[in-house]
Write a protein that binds this ligand. Structure first.
Ligand code: KG4
Ligand code: ZN
Length: 330
């Protein structure tokens, strides 16, 4: 089994990892604070920050793994989906590194990798399992038949779950990304406010109606009580989180019933959410599921998951040539 250098640069985190024989030796992520003042990721700033960060991030990943460039057998990288300018930096770096050392290249789908983050450490789910992948850009229900055979059975028709957190946080004046802030504040409040729970049918999700419902509810309350948001921030956050978690778990429960699967996993940045983690644990205990949630470092964007996916693809002999290009909508 090979030693893989893995690169992730799809959004606003520059990450590099060394994965040997499927085991994560290092996982180094440089975040970007530059976006905070704009209330969201600015693509042009993101790609420039990736350019500054990529070389030192890879150097630290090698050092922490106690490996040298000559120890690397293959380079795995995120080809997409993501921001094109951000992807371009990671893909170009991966191709250059592979070209210079005459190494095989492995392209990785970012969403497939979020699911396979579960294989970065024990306990690992058993195939086939059901995975709810919730991030800033995606919300998917995936049946994972084998590592490289994943079928999407439900998805969002508008905003992603992370977007729902971030956009409602923006309305409350919270800094970007608002997900972790809402999580923190929610712990000090109670879900006393009712918001809409849109349901587009089947196993699909919709969050844009929730955003509108939050906006109208806040506007109405502020009219009667100008300091409503300031005075009730914790309860508002608890209510937003409660609603998003309710929507996610309702569909997860339906998907488990329809597929008959009892190995249930959570992946993506939003799985760092304490309400969702607790909600899944409770629901799982009631349903008799075996539930799996990666460590937070492996939930948010990271290169370890790219390296783990790269290991599966190396084993399957799935390589790409130097002509490979980033794909924003993979
Ligand atoms: O997977 P990820 O790191 O990047 C994407 O591929 O999108 O997910 C980022 C998303 C953001 O929307 C962020 O607000 C959300 O995950 N997030 C959280 C929490 N931590 C990160 N949302 C709710 N609660 C959290 N604790
Ligand atoms: Zn992601």
């Amino acid at each position: 089994m090979p030693t893989i250098l893995a690169i992730e640069s799809s959004c606003d985190d520059t990450s590099a990892a060394i994965v040997a024989d499927g085991v994560v030796l290092s996982n180094v992520t440089a975040g970007q604070v530059v976006h905070e003042e704009f209330g969201g990721v600015v693509p042009e700033h993101a790609s420039r920050a990736h350019q500054r960060n990529i070389v030192p991030t890879v150097a630290v990943a090698l050092k922490r793994a106690d490996r040298k460039p000559e120890d690397i057998d293959a380079v795995a990288f995120t080809r997409g989906p993501g921001l094109i300018g951000s992807l371009m930096v990671g893909v170009s770096f991966a191709k250059a590194f592979a070209l210079a050392r005459n190494l095989p290249l492995i392209e990785v789908d970012h969403m497939q990798a979020h699911v396979l983050a579960h294989f970065a450490e024990d306990p690992k789910p058993k195939f086939p399992f059901l995975c709810l992948t919730v991030s800033g850009g995606h919300t998917q229900l995936v049946v994972v038949k084998t590592a490289l055979e994943q079928e999407i059975i439900g998805r969002t028709i508008d905003d992603a779950a992370g977007e729902a957190f971030d956009k409602s946080g923006k309305m409350l004046g919270l800094p970007y990304p608002a997900g972790p802030e809402i999580d923190k504040l929610a712990r000090q409040g109670s879900p006393t406010i009712k918001f809409a729970r849109p349901d587009p049918g089947e196993l699909n999700f919709s969050f844009s109606g929730l955003k509108t419902s939050i906006l109208y509810t806040l506007q109405k309350r502020i009219k009667a009580e100008p300091d409503f948001v300031k005075d009730n921030l914790a309860d508002i956050c608890a209510s937003i989180q409660h609603t998003i978690v309710f929507i996610l778990l309702r569909k997860l429960e339906m998907a488990a019933e329809q597929t008959g699967l009892t190995e249930i996993a959570l992946a993506g940045g939003v799985s760092a959410n304490s309400g969702l983690r607790e909600g899944l644990a409770e629901l799982g205990a009631a349903k008799g599921w075996s539930t799996y949630i990666p460590r937070i470092e492996y939930c948010t964007d990271n290169a370890a998951m790219i390296g783990v996916t790269g290991s599966f693809k190396y084993e399957a002999g799935e390589f790409v040539g130097q002509e490979v290009a980033p794909a924003a909508r993979l």
